[in-house]
Structure formats: structure tokens, C-alpha cells
Design a protein around this ligand. Sequence first.
Ligand code: CA
Ligand code: CA
Length: 212
Amino acid sequence: MAVFFHSSEAHINFEDGNYQQFPKPETENAATEKNPKPKLKHLSVVLLCCGLLCVLQAILNISLRLALSEPTDKGEAEEEEEEERCPQGWLMFGSSCYYISSQRGSWDSSRQDCVQRDADLVIINSRQEQAFLTGFTMAAWVGMTDREEEGTWTWVDGTPVKRDGLDWAHGQPDDAFGGEDCGDLRTMIDFIGLNDSKCSARLQWICEQTLG
Ligand SMILES: [Ca+2]
Ligand SMILES: [Ca+2]
């Protein structure tokens, strides 16, 4: 007990001595100059520790942020991939998905089926798209009609059908048999291309769903 008390008392005295010696450092010898240096060292160590702690904190923050944001990024990427994928059984071409029915129906019931599939009858925008869709059926409804005005063909989204940009079957549209107002795509040996048919005819159909 006594030894411990004594030593701490001695320590206090030692510290007092230092304070008295501070105002006149230039007259002191090497032994007393050693004392301010450990203090500066202590300060440096403390500052270094603070700096290290700051760096550690920054690293922790960044890694925590990355760890938290990673699942979100993954989730978004998966969602994007999900959007880029067509429903099962649908075909993909460009940024669209196509459903080709195995059943047959009128133009109106076909369109209704497409709408129920979160799609619409196909709108063909290019020869490439037409070529892609050619060959799956002998005859399939597409999303064009001239019901509003005979001879003026429009797509189901209201845009006009560009006659020059697509290939009609030879001699079509002919509005034959007392009126043909619904469009279909033919793939028959001597009858290939777009055609007009009676809207009540029973054909297969092609639905289109755009991606994104
Ligand atoms: Ca017609
Ligand atoms: Ca026709």
C-alpha cells in the first residue's frame, strides 16, 4: 500500500517539476528536453489514432453502404432482366414478344384474346418484322383494319398502314366477297404477304407485346 502511494506521489512531483521548467527551455540540458517530446509524441499518437479512426469509420460507412445497396442493385437488375424476357411460349424479335395462337377465331375475338394477354394484335412496322412473322401459320390475323373507311388501312393503335413499307400478297387488298375489312398475314405457296379477309373468318392470330 505504502509503496504504491509513495510512487504516485513521486509521479506528481515529477510532473510539477516539468511545469516549472517549461518557461526557460533554452537554458535546459538534454535531460529536461526529453520531457516535452513524449508529450508531443502522445499528442501525435492521439491525433494519429483519431485519423485512423476516421479512416476506419469512412471504410465502414462505404462498405456498409455497398453491402446495403448491393441487394437493391441486384433486385433492379433482375427486374430489368424480367422485363426483357418474353412470357413463356412467346417468341421474341427486336423489342417485342409474339404469341401465335394454335386456335382459330374471328378478328374481333382474336383481338380480345390478345388484350386479355396484356397485348394486342400485332402491328407490323417493317419488312424485317413481317419476314420474321411469315411462315408460322398459313393465315393469321394481324392488327390492321379498314372498317372505318374502306381502303384506308389503320393499325390497332390508330397509325396508318404504310403501303410501301410492307409486302401485300399479289392483288391484295381486294375487298373481295362483298367486303373484307380485317388484315391477316398469309404464308401459302402462291399466296404470301398481307391480305384482307372477312372479319368473321376463323383464322389463327398473332398477338404482340412490346418490351420495356
Ligand atoms: Ca376492306
Ligand atoms: Ca383479300
